[in-house]
Design a protein around this ligand. Structure first.
Ligand code: 3PG
Length: 397
């Protein structure tokens, strides 16, 4: 069977399998597989195959960033599910075995990515509750990641990328948008429940479509526009019924959505042809964002507030507060790194579905851990918005 009817489970399986086959197969094999898919599609199912979209929407920035490595020419080739497609007999067994092994690997990446993200969000909120200086904590996250990568390169745990001045020039607008999106999300989480920030962040595809349509003149199939109704409607319902609504928290999440859309667009335009790995690309992005953010963090909050706030937090929480800060910083880098590593293996569509599922894990776990009060109508709004992002993923194929 080809198409994804039930996005959460089957979309991942289908897209992951497709990614697996494409990435393992040599170019001539990929061509044969595509032909096989095209032929098989007619007899196996009349449903639309899972085409992988162009790069935008939820988390698509990372896809764009890895444009060259993700075999753009494969993106339109269509996809197949692991259990439904007869691969060409020549080498078919080997490809199938390889596909199964890689499916397991992707499953492990996804589970790790979500788990790290949940831990980051919990420590991030614990830190912000005791120490409400989001500009500093955002800066520390980037600084920690940068340091970890510099050490990895120096000790040759990871190979340093070979990048030139042009690479950094092209990275600059991406880093500006990344910095704004990161700090805005952290400011949001300092003002509202983690779950609320992520519900609003699940509306990122709506921003993507609106910016692409009205600023870039890009047209989409009607299904994409229709999918915006549940996304916008669900987010609006969740915002209107949020018990601890705060305008700065709401606007922070909205600005983060907008910034990440521009990040996608800049990276989509700029990253064509790069051969830097996902892990190293994210490391360079962290470093440039750190340089951009630091002066603003000093100007907006500054050392005086940071020092007095620190003393207060340590007095309230105890000396182990420093470990909370370390945990939020380290886990921020790790979850992003694993998401980039996943993207060396998967398509943008698989990533976007995984990212939406990640938000569900964060929303549910943070509600449980922080005892966030949720009214049924509020939960309904969140569910509608998230369902909308799945519909969007499908309509965008
Ligand atoms: C950030 O601080 O950059 C945001 O929390 C990012 O959130 P996301 O990776 O879930 O979009």
């Amino acid at each position: 069977m080809w198409a994804v009817k039930h996005p959460p489970a089957s979309a991942l399986a289908a897209a992951a399998a497709a990614d697996v086959v494409r990435s393992r197969a040599a170019p001539p094999q990929r061509a044969r597989i595509s032909t096989a898919i095209a032929g098989a599609g007619k007899s196996v199912s009349s449903q639309k195959p899972l085409h992988l979209p162009s790069l935008d929407g939820v988390g698509f920035f990372r896809a764009a960033a890895e444009g060259a490595r993700w075999r753009r020419d494969d993106v339109a080739a269509g996809a197949l599910e692991a259990d439904g497609v007869s691969l060409p007999s020549e080498g078919g067994d080997a490809v199938a075995k390889s596909a199964a092994a890689k499916k397991v690997k992707i499953g492990i990446y996804f589970a790790t990515w979500w788990a790290l993200n949940v831990v980051f969000n919990i420590y991030n909120k614990k830190v912000l509750n005791a120490y409400p200086y989001p500009w500093l904590t955002s800066t520390l996250s980037l600084a920690t990641g940068s340091l970890m990568m510099l050490i990895s390169w120096a000790t040759r745990i990871a190979e340093a990328p070979k990048v030139d001045a042009d690479f950094w020039k092209v990275l600059f607008p991406v880093a500006v948008a990344h910095t704004i999106g990161h700090v805005a999300a952290t400011v949001s989480m300092s003002k509202v429940a983690v779950s609320f920030t992520h519900i609003i962040k699940s509306g990122e595809p709506a921003f993507s479509v609106l910016v692409s349509r009205f600023l870039l003149g890009e047209a989409f199939p009607p299904g994409v526009y229709l999918s915006l109704l549940p996304i916008i409607g669900g987010c609006a319902l969740a915002a209107l019924t949020e018990l601890n609504f705060n305008m700065i928290g709401f606007m922070g999440a909205m600005i983060s959505n907008l910034a990440f859309v521009f990040r996608n667009i800049f990276s989509k335009k700029g990253m064509k042809g790069t051969s830097v790995s996902g892990m190293n690309y994210y490391a360079c992005l962290s470093m440039m964002s750190l340089v951009i953010l630091t002066p603003f963090a000093v100007a907006v909050e500054g050392p005086q507030l940071w020092v007095s706030g620190w003393e207060k937090a340590v007095a309230e929480i105890g000396p182990h507060f420093v470990w909370w800060v370390a945990a939020q910083s380290v886990f921020y880098h790790l979850y992003n790194q694993v998401s980039y590593m996943s993207l060396d293996e998967i398509s943008p569509l698989t990533f976007s579905i995984g990212n939406t599922m990640k938000r569900i894990s964060v929303i549910v776990s943070s509600i449980i851990i922080f005892h966030t009060p949720v009214q049924p109508v509020n939960a309904l709004g969140a569910a509608i918005a998230i369902l909308g992002t799945f519909i969007y993923s499908q309509a965008k194929q």
